[in-house]
Design a protein around this ligand. Structure first.
Ligand code: HEM
Length: 503
């Protein structure tokens, strides 16, 4: 016979099992199919399987559930992913009060703990990126070209007509960080080694924090989050460098007032103005500067490295691009107008992002209430949701010969006047979600498109490039993230008749 304590213990166990059984039977999440084991605890095995095989599983799920949805396991949650263009379109149309992009980003990146709390509550950098930064690209481009020229001389140290071998990913990351920061904060800081070290390393700092919090159950995150050291240390170092620069700019703007003819046109000025408008502190501006670097640097470095690998492994694509770029520069100089004329280069970037991209999932949202999709799937309140991107970008129903890198696929399509805007690099569509889609599609994509095309245009006109073995280095998937080979090298040779002069 069992004693009273044991009886109570077993009774409690039975009640919990019954409650758990009903929870799973009634929670619509569990009627959404999963490709990996989803029973309690065993789902952690599923999360390991997914982390190691995300590309394969997303492809398998996409093919099996196109027009519908399936769920994938993270260590701390399930994520529902919809498959196919019609479903991606449906997802982007769900109103903000039913599905939130910001809350999804907050949960996925755990921004409160991995970036900084104030800037998450008052993201002043988002209206600035969407507004003045995008509106003023034409004014910023000459400085960006100037920095690209200055930085490449240092980062790609060629001599005469000899080939030099450089580490591609780290060089592209430096080049992107310097070019962006030239117009974020100015020429002194953008060349400061420690500043660059912090802004480039910050993505890894955030990723480490995310990784740890990914293993922590939701109710414990609030205790573990504040203990994570990496981002806090980076923010401390960043404050030491950036705060005096921010204070100086605040002072100058105040002294000179609205009519200041020499007012620096850069992200810092616009962040100070936005902070003034909403009563934000100096420290909020500092945080917003680092947050801007976080959203801009990593995605752009990945994208330009993907494109560089395509170029270096396929020298036959270079000549038509060179002709187009040189003719645009000849007529318009190193300007936004010239970059706008580079339709083949634009197509090259879009195709590179279609083929490779930065993530297997896009259009991330969090359900704020139970949301019923047209196929009958109910995404329960509190669940993260997204659309399968990589597999959709490789679907033969969307793109002819999807596994072939066809650099001028989109410029050929743009030859039709009516299709001019539709297939531009920055344009999102239900079949092209590399920048997200809809209201929350990346607001920095206009800046990124100009910056990355400027970098490639400069490299193409000034260097010959090749990979060491003639092949394109393979990408790596880290969970859902797609990373170009970070240890591969590209060989550069300065063109003796290249158009280095920045007119
Ligand atoms: C090629 C480079 C880039 C890629 C591939 C990229 C991609 C993305 C994607 C996929 C999203 C989420 C959209 C969604 O899920 O619906 C996003 C959001 C965002 N991106 Fe980018 N991005 C790039 C460059 C940049 C740059 C250079 C900036 C800033 C100058 C930037 C600023 C942002 C911001 C602020 C958000 C959040 C938008 C919001 O909160 O509504 N991005 N980006």
């Amino acid at each position: 016979m069992l004693d009273a304590t044991s009886q109570a213990f077993y009774a409690l166990g039975l009640v919990l099992a019954v409650l758990f059984y009903f929870h799973r039977r009634t929670n619509p999440l569990y009627s959404i199919p999963s490709l990996v084991p989803s029973a309690p605890l065993i789902s952690y095995v599923g999360a390991v399987i997914y982390a190691k095989n995300a590309q394969k599983l997303l492809q398998e799920g996409y093919e099996k559930y196109k027009g519908s949805a399936f769920r994938i396991p993270m260590f701390d949650r399930w994520v529902v992913v919809v498959c196919g263009a019609a479903m991606a379109e449906e997802l982007r149309k769900v109103p903000d009060d039913e599905m939130s992009f910001l809350q999804a980003a907050e949960e996925l990146v755990q921004t409160k703990y991995t970036i900084a709390e104030d800037v998450i509550h008052h993201p002043i950098h988002i209206p600035v990126i969407r507004g003045p930064l995008t509106r003023n690209i034409a004014a910023l481009i000459p400085d960006m070209f100037d920095e690209i020229s200055f930085a490449t001389d240092e980062l790609i140290p060629t001599r005469g007509d000899e080939w030099v071998t450089i580490s591609a990913y780290s060089t592209m990351t430096q080049l992107v960080a310097r070019t962006s920061n030239r117009v974020f904060i100015g020429p002194t800081m953008c060349r400061n080694k420690e500043y660059l070290d912090i802004v480039i390393g910050f993505t890894t700092d955030v990723a480490k924090g995310r990784l740890v919090l990914g293993f922590v159950p939701p109710f414990l995150k609030q205790f573990v989050g504040p203990l994570l050291p990496w981002s806090r240390k980076a923010m401390r170092r960043f404050r030491v460098l950036a705060t005096p620069v921010v204070i100086q700019r605040q002072r100058e703007l105040e002294e000179h007032g609205k009519e200041w003819a020499e007012k620096p046109q850069d992200l810092l000025t616009w962040l100070v103005e936005e902070a003034n408008a909403v009563g934000g502190s100096t420290d909020l501006i500092v945080q917003a500067l680092l947050a801007s670097n976080f959203v801009a640097t990593h995605t752009s470095s990945i994208s330009v490295t993907h494109a560089l690998y395509h170029l270096a492994a396929n020298p036959e694509f270079v000549e038509p691009l060179r002709q187009e770029i040189e003719s645009a520069i000849k007529s318009d100089g190193w300007t936004k107008a010239a970059v706008g004329k580079m339709m083949k280069l634009d197509s090259f970037m879009r195709e590179s992002q279609r083929m490779n991209g930065t993530s297997g999932i896009s259009v991330i949202r969090k359900a704020l209430k139970d949301v019923k999709l047209s196929d009958g799937t109910v995404v329960p309140r509190g669940t993260l949701c997204g659309a399968v991107s990589f597999a959709m970008h490789h679907d033969a129903n969307n793109y002819a010969d999807p596994e072939v890198f066809n650099p001028f696929r989109f410029s050929d399509m743009r030859a039709e006047e009516s299709e001019r805007a539709k297939y531009q690099y920055v344009n999102t569509s239900p079949e092209y979600i590399a920048f997200g889609h809809g209201k929350h599609a990346c607001p920095g994509r206009f800046f990124a498109s100009n910056e990355l095309k400027a970098i490639l245009a400069y490299l193409i006109t000034n260097y010959d490039m090749k990979t060491e073995d003639g092949r394109r280095p393979e990408d790596r998937w880290l969970g859902t993230a797609i990373i170009p080979n970070t240890s591969a090298h590209v060989m550069f040779r300065k063109r003796q008749n290249g158009s280095t002069a920045l007119a």
